[in-house]
Ligand binder design. Sequence first.
Ligand SMILES: [Zn+2]
Length: 96
Amino acid sequence: MLFIKKENMGKIKIFIDDGCLFMRIFTEKNIKNYMEYVNKNIIELNEVIGNCFQCGEKLSVLELPKGPEKEVVCLKDREYFVEEYEMLIEEGELKE
Ligand SMILES: [Zn+2]
């Protein structure tokens, strides 16, 4: 059995047979805010845009996630990106 419930904070809760897991759904605005944060605090965007922010490879040759986060991260690094993103939210560096 599997069913999905929408939670606040852009997360969905997925119930599976032996428990549940959370998945973060990003909006265009989330990613825009993240890019602004990176540009202001880490590195100029035009130096990294088009590449995965985690592994640095060209996004055009990588497998990409489905959501708007495909602008900043490849599919295999999505999990790290989610962790980083959640941390920034928790620390108040980023707004939902
Ligand atoms: Zn990557």
